[in-house]
Design a protein around this ligand. Structure first.
Ligand code: SF4
Ligand code: SF4
Length: 442
């Protein structure tokens, strides 16, 4: 059974969310949508996979389609959404699927075309309900990297590496495959940083985060690392403290509603109107209002702050803070309209990715890096046990034990949602605790 294969291989959504794949492929739906949009600026790992491992990706999605067909007694529709700009990937995949019942959907070069709710609408014309997920409209969205991993799993290989884009202000940018748990300290010097005073952007500039901690490690959901000068405007923007965000908002929000006009959730008919929430927050209203609780519908895409707001305010960051407060206060989402209506302006409000990259001041790093396939010579890995959605995994190895690459080292707690982990290098376990397992190469 495919869910067992996915669970035993430790597959979780490679697109960033980290939801365990065995649960996703255990729920049959009529529409399988492959996410090849890669809409975050600077990323090109999925593009490389679609051009170079298309056969494996298609075998992965075929396996899911067969699994669903057996349960539904009906062949599901398979739509492969690829960014229009990825001409070679469209050509490679288009010719590989010719004569099959799969189809390629060319997606506009806009942000956030990789948002799964955006993709569901583009592929099926159905709108995911407020606070809902794609299976509620008979759809499943899977990232190209996850499907390649699923194919590897069918051949007996668990997830121990992932394809990442490494770039920014470095001499040797590349797309490459890295063992899970590799420390940034082992990666960044090999890229040749071009600035002394730098930070690392983890994942893309829209939904990623900034760190200076070189002891951090790669995970199954990490798609890219980018070296940026510490003084870069985007870095300073992303590091603005929440107290400053709120003060700025109270001082200069002009309730112009541009944040709402570009909000992808508002544009698909959800009752999320960022400008109204900002107004309520700016006047220190109570938490439990219909307007503030609509912040729970925010997917934190960043379109409001990093593109729309003329005052450089950050509704997204403020909403994140308020979502935490709502959660702590036990206030649940009360917005669950199951029949939202698309805003007629939606088709005009996509954010052109190249313009967005320029707005972020990142055009100079927007390149297509070559693939690096020479080994990284990783000396140790620290495998985090909470890379997925669900309960942290439990180590099944102890310090002092020798492990081989691909060997299972952590299990899912009984009756919990979770993921299995495997050794990504051969070596000696030097430390285990409830958060991680460290393996030194020997
Ligand atoms: S776009 Fe900016 S200034 Fe305008 S309403 Fe939204 S947060 Fe306020
Ligand atoms: S981050 Fe902003 S634009 Fe994106 S969903 Fe949330 S409120 Fe809407």
């Amino acid at each position: 059974m495919l869910p067992d294969v996915a669970r035993d291989a430790g597959i979780i959504g490679a697109g960033g969310a980290g939801f365990p794949t065995h649960v996703k492929v255990g729920t049959p739906v009529e529409n399988i949508i492959v996410n090849g949009a890669e809409c975050e600026p600077l990323m090109s790992g999925d593009q490389w996979l679609m051009e170079n491992r298309a056969g494996e990706m298609l075998a992965g999605v075929s396996a899911v389609a067969c699994e669903f067909e057996a349960k539904l007694k009906k062949r599901p529709r398979v739509v492969i959404g690829i960014k229009k700009k990825y001409k070679k990937a469209i050509e490679v995949i288009g010719s590989a699927i010719s004569g099959s019942n799969m189809e390629v959907l060319e997606l506009p070069n806009i942000y956030p075309s990789g948002d799964e709710q955006f993709l569901v609408y583009e592929a099926t014309g159905k709108i995911v309900p407020e606070g809902g997920i794609p299976p509620m409209v008979n759809s499943l969205v899977m990232n190209v990297g996850t499907l390649v991993q699923l194919n590897d799993a069918l051949g007996g290989a668990p997830v121990t590496e992932r394809t990442v884009t490494l770039g920014g202000a470095v001499a040797n940018p590349c797309v490459t495959s890295l063992p899970i748990g590799t420390s940034f300290a082992e990666i960044i010097p090999q890229l040749g940083p071009l600035v002394d005073d730098y930070v690392i952007l983890v994942n893309g500039p829209m939904m990623g985060r900034i760190t200076e901690d070189l002891s951090e490690v790669t995970t199954k959901t990490m798609g890219g690392l980018f070296v940026l000068p510490k003084r870069h405007s985007h870095v300073r923007r992303m590091r603005r403290p929440i107290a400053t965000e709120i003060k700025l908002s109270k001082s200069v929000c002009e309730v112009c509603r541009y944040c709402t006009d570009f909000c992808p959730r508002f544009l698909q008919g959800h009752s999320l109107e960022p400008h109204k929430i900002m107004r309520v927050i700016n006047y220190d209203r109570d938490l439990d209002t219909k307007t503030i609780t609509s912040a729970q519908l925010c997917c934190e895409c960043g379109a409001c702050d990093l593109w729309a707001c003329p005052m450089s305010l950050s509704p997204r960051v403020i909403f994140r803070e308020f979502k935490k407060k709502l959660n702590e206060a036990g206030i649940k989402n009360t917005h669950n309209n199951t029949e939202p209506k698309i805003d007629p302006q939606r088709k005009f409000r996509g954010i052109p990715t190249e313009r967005l990259t320029a707005r972020l001041g990142l055009t100079e790093y927007d390149i297509r890096p070559p693939f690096r396939d020479n080994p990284w010579n990783v000396t140790s890995v620290k495998i985090l046990l909470n890379q997925h959605v669900g309960a942290p995994s439990i180590p099944i190895v102890e310090a002092g034990e020798r492990v081989a690459k691909n060997q299972q080292i952590a299990k899912i707690p009984d009756k919990k949602l979770g993921a299995i982990y495997h050794a990504s290098i051969t070596g000696m376990v030097t430390k285990t605790d409830s958060n991680s397992i460290t393996i030194e190469k020997q």
